[in-house]
Design a binder for this molecule. Structure first.
Ligand SMILES: Cc1cc2nc3c(=O)[nH]c(=O)nc-3n(C[C@H](O)[C@H](O)[C@H](O)COP(=O)(O)O)c2cc1C
Length: 296
């Protein structure tokens, strides 16, 4: 199976077997966590493996998870960086790379947002560490052959228009798969609001890129992305949502950056993200962050 098929089938795991990862898998996880950041140096970036998930989930109750409700898991990864929105985006980019690799090893994961970084750090005895951005739950999925069955049956994409400002625990799902927005509604051509359809994206050879991108995880499954295609460049914008923390908005951004790059790569188009020179007036509304530009 190629990476794009994995992307289409990826999903968060919230029910884990009550057993730790094997020693071999733990070694592999630790080496992924210690790998250099794919975007170079990110100040304060650190991924910490939490061995005793049961104890941690008790300590963290109220401080992490939607509405402060932790997802019980055999282990967690804690994500740190120096404060700053660019650091948060880059951290999420690296973490999603780890998550993607873990999935291909049969290890289930779920992002867990941090409600109160300071209290969570104190509870865990991490007073000397940088800002705690998020956790990732990890373990073997409870269902037998979870990934095998998941990847065995490719379903048609589920299309459901996003409700603006979607928040909360009540995630929209169909047959336990989070529903997804129609691709053409989040891709604009040259300027904000100039919608396109698959034919135009197909003509430019990038239709499938967006098709896969919509499977990226996001906080509350809000799917906050908009892309402006300008020649060979792609501008990423993320919806500002006052109901959620800025950190989570920029984690969503970093995840989208990771999957856009991966989808482009799998289509033989290599390029890079940059964060400068995007001041040009694309008519982007004030309630959107301009995140960056992907250039071939
Ligand atoms: C930054 C971020 C924070 C998240 N926080 C939580 C969380 O605290 N609790 C939870 O159950 N899921 C959390 N999620 C998982 C999303 O709800 C999930 O990715 C989304 O609903 C889409 O479902 P899928 O991952 O199964 O495709 C988070 C995801 C992201 C990207």
């Amino acid at each position: 199976m190629n990476k794009l098929e994995y992307l289409e089938k990826r999903k968060s795991v919230r029910n884990y077997l009550n057993k730790p990862l094997s020693d071999a898998d733990k070694r592999e996880v630790r080496s992924l966590l210690e790998a250099p950041h794919p975007m170079g140096d990110v100040p304060g970036f650190e991924l910490v493996f939490v061995e005793d998930g049961e104890r941690a989930s008790i300590k963290l109750e109220g401080f992490a998870g939607y509405s402060g409700v932790m997802i019980p898991a055999p282990h967690y990864v804690a994500v740190f960086s120096e404060p700053g929105i660019l650091n948060a985006r880059k951290a999420a980019y690296a973490v999603e790379d780890v998550i993607f690799r873990l999935m291909t090893m049969g290890i289930g994961t779920c992002w867990i947002s941090v409600k109160d970084s300071y209290s969570a750090k104190v509870a865990m005895g991490w007073g000397d560490k940088k800002e705690l951005l998020a956790f990732v739950a990890l373990g073997y999925p409870k269902e037998d052959n979870y990934f095998k069955r998941l990847f065995g049956q490719l379903k048609r994409p589920l299309v459901n228009p996003l409700k603006e400002g979607y928040v909360g625990l009540d995630l929209e799902t169909k047959e336990d798969i989070a529903t997804r927005e129609d691709t053409s509604s989040f891709v604009y051509l040259d300027r904000w609001g100039v919608t396109t359809d698959f034919d135009e994206l197909e003509r430019r050879g990038i239709d499938r890129v967006y098709y896969y991108l919509k499977y990226a995880p996001s906080w509350g499954n809000r799917q906050p992305w908009k892309f402006i295609v300008e020649g060979d460049d792609i501008i990423l914008c993320i919806h500002k949502n006052p109901a959620m923390s800025e950190i989570n908005q920029h984690l969503d951004a970093g995840i989208a950056m990771y999957y856009l790059k991966l989808a482009m790569q799998e289509h033989g188009l290599s390029g890079n993200w940059n964060f400068r020179h995007i001041e040009k007036d694309y008519g982007i509304p004030e309630d959107y962050w301009i995140i960056g530009r992907f250039s071939l």
